[in-house]
Design a protein around this ligand. Sequence first.
Ligand SMILES: [Zn+2]
Length: 531
Amino acid sequence: MATLAQPKPAMQTRPKLVVGMVVDQMRWDYLYRYADRYKANGGFKRLTGQGFSNENCLIPYTPTYTACGHTCIYTGSVPAVHGITGNNWIDRLTNKNMYCTEDDSVETVGSNSAAGRMSPANMLTSTITDELRTSSNYRSKVIGVAIKDRGAILPAGHAANAAYWFDNKTGNWISSTFYMKNLPDWLTRYNNEKHVDQYYQKGWSTLYPIDTYVNSSTDEQTWEGKPFGAEAKAFPYDLSKFVGKNYNSIASTPWGNTMTLEVAKLAVQQEKMGQGAFTDFLAVSLSSTDYVGHAFGPNSIEAEDTYLRLDRDLGAFFDYLDQTVGKGQWLFFISADHGVAHVPAFLKSHHQPAGLFDDGAAMRELNVKLAETFGVQSLVMGSMYNNQVHINRALVDSAHIDNDKLVAQIVSFMGKREGVLRVFELAKTAQTTLPVKIREMVTNGYMPNRTGDVQVILKPQYMDSGPAGTTHGLWNPYDAHVPLVWYGWKIKPGKSNTEVYMTDIAPTVAALLQIQMPNGCVGKPIEAVTR
Ligand SMILES: [Zn+2]
């Protein structure tokens, strides 16, 4: 009897390793702003020269904060679905203030502080890293690394092999019992070597003579924050006073990124990532750019020097991956969780409109006004979260207050504050006359039990911040326009100015790997990248 020819199964071709990199607070324009001193063998010119750049990648929701951004990149979803509605939010059912990755059911691994009581439990959807694990029947390895817990935990997903982050109490890289019982030996050895103290001994001086930093304001401006103490006003920063005692300040120096990439490299080497039969995924987030940016602003020598040093660190990291995993064998993408605004006082010094908005003062005065009308104190919570006014729902119910009347008074009061552009009730966003883009971004950020009641939209370049430093979180392009560059395995050089969204990153990775997209994904694959 003739045997039927067996059809050959379609061969899956996949990279050996995927490296996802999120540069915390990296504005899109940083790809070009400092390019005069990016190196040919550094990171950024390799990416823009040999990779594919989506030049107009936008965040499709507000608020544009760290936890939401990392979650969006890896889930292809928005806060309205994945549930990470801020770094912090109020759980409206319990009135409890929640931190995005807090989890009281787990313990710290690697130190005796509480910094490890974290997990991805509050994230409601799967990540692309989860889908990779499932697709390989959990034989692919997934590891997340970042200084910030949320920058490591949310990208690595629910089914991760490990996530490691930095404990600023002890100076150790740690994890939680969600992932493991003990740190791997290689990380314990790294911790025992006290690299942070070595970086503190080096201090922070500029890579080039300081008067060559022509892309930035001169050093020591009144609008700069002082993360290294009131006396440390300008370069060079002596950090030796922190040795052995302060492990918080390292995050505000470029050394935080250097150290993160050291741990990432060790994870690749020691866990043999990209060296097995299944595609592995390393999710790295570089947090120091965010700390430096908040303190000094985008027009500072500190920011410029941080990106020049990051360019070199990335170049060395790429060389390492070429040597260990093999050139063309690893797929890389780089993006940011959000951008950042210029410091208002800096812009004002150049006659550009900008200003500050004090949310605590607004809530105090609002509560006084509401008490006059309704006879009840503290009808709204004392601070705004994510630019939203939170009504104390239990009080409103027990005092039988008409919610519509209350909301109308909040909208009217807030609408008159300095710096406010628009105010509206979140449950009625669809009926408000806002530009479609802003309305859609607010809608995508809205989850009734994890958001407030009344949304405040500030005028462009207004922010809830002090007189020094800057922040992000709003719908505006300076916060919502991020880099997105693909590089390595099967990526053809090129660029596109077509608008794409942060939600498109995960489905594009899914298409390249031929795996299922995450279960809350609302984005679509970027055709120009997958061709
Ligand atoms: Zn930030």
